[in-house]
Design a protein around this ligand. Structure first.
Ligand code: ADP
Length: 301
């Protein structure tokens, strides 16, 4: 009798346990379903935000691109019209210049120089756009050869001296007794150095120096461009390498070119295609050091 009672209680207990387990699984399923739904809602929200951000950046890019393309074109057209008007009115019917030929030359030369500067600006914008299109299409070809990084930096500094105001100090710090050899496309690597240098000039005041440094490290050659500009907050430092990204509140202090926000993206892609790395060390108010590394030639040959 006693054992029958025990079995009866055991059976009841088992049934209760079964009910509890089934309730437990139902609650778990509900939780999981709710979690999955929340996850889906979160993903949809993130997707919408990403789309909004991409649309915002594309709109901003289009407005800057049209400004950067139209401004030089308008200046070029204006200069040519001025030149034509000058030749039409500044020259007598018999071909002589009433103001003197010297005056005509000076005037024409100034207009042509301004036109040339605008053409250079236009070429730069078009080249940046073409490069980023090549990168997206995976057709940016590199022509690799053994190059001396110190010589490339020296060439850039010599060439840039003609484009920068005379008061801008460019200091160079690199080994002078031996080359720093890398396997690289010299034209493309110079393009990256020029871009870092152009940004350093664009964002820092003229009375602060820019330092270009070449360092030989274990297995790599590192190029660094130091400036004393506004510096970049840590949370912006990842985004500046993205397409079309420009840090809000960092004003251009030299020149009138706003920039498309593509230069660092193109630079990163060029260096990574060489199996190198890019980076920035910066803090608001403390200037920036933009750097890249390339594998030293003896490790790539
Ligand atoms: P762009 O091609 O328009 O010059 P980049 O891709 O080179 O643009 O740079 C992206 C953004 O990073 C710039 O708009 C600027 O906000 C910031 N930046 C780049 N270089 C510097 C620098 N040396 N000092 C401060 N900010 C910089």
């Amino acid at each position: 009798m006693e054992s029958k009672k025990i079995i009866w209680w055991l059976l009841r207990l088992l049934m209760l346990l079964r009910v509890c387990i089934s309730i437990f699984f139902d609650v778990m399923a509900l939780f999981l379903e709710q979690g999955a739904m929340q996850q889906k809602q979160l993903e949809a929200r993130v997707h919408i935000l990403a789309q909004q951000e991409a649309r915002y950046r594309m709109n901003e890019f289009l407005s800057i691109a049209s400004h950067e393309l139209k401004t030089p074109l308008t200046c070029i057209k204006g200069n040519i019209q001025l030149l034509m008007r000058y030749f039409k009115h500044g020259m007598a019917k018999d071909g002589t210049c009433p103001y003197g030929t010297e005056h005509a030359f000076v005037k024409a030369q100034a207009l042509l120089e301004r036109t040339d500067q605008q053409l250079t600006r236009l070429t730069r914008v078009v080249n940046t756009l073409l490069d980023s299109a090549r990168i997206q299409a995976n057709t940016l070809d590199l022509f690799l050869e053994v190059c001396d990084m110190c010589a490339l930096v020296k060439e850039v500094v010599q060439e840039r001296h003609h484009h920068l105001p005379p008061s801008r100090v460019l200091d160079v710090d690199m080994p002078t007794d031996r080359p720093a050899l890398v396997m690289a496309d010299a034209h493309r690597v110079k393009q990256v150095i020029v871009h870092y240098l152009t940004n350093a000039h664009k964002f820092s005041s003229l009375d602060s120096p820019i330092i270009l440094q070449v360092r030989e490290e274990e297995q790599v050659v590192r190029v660094l461009v130091h400036d004393e500009g506004p510096g970049i907050a840590l949370e912006e430092q990842k985004s500046i390498w993205d397409c079309f990204y420009r840090v809000p509140d960092i004003p251009v202090v030299n020149g009138t070119e706003i920039g498309l926000g593509l230069g660092l993206y193109v630079s990163k892609m060029i260096i990574e295609q060489h199996r190198g790395q890019v980076g920035v060390q910066s803090m608001p108010g403390a200037g920036s050091i933009f750097w890249f590394t390339l594998p030293a030639a003896q490790y790539t040959l």
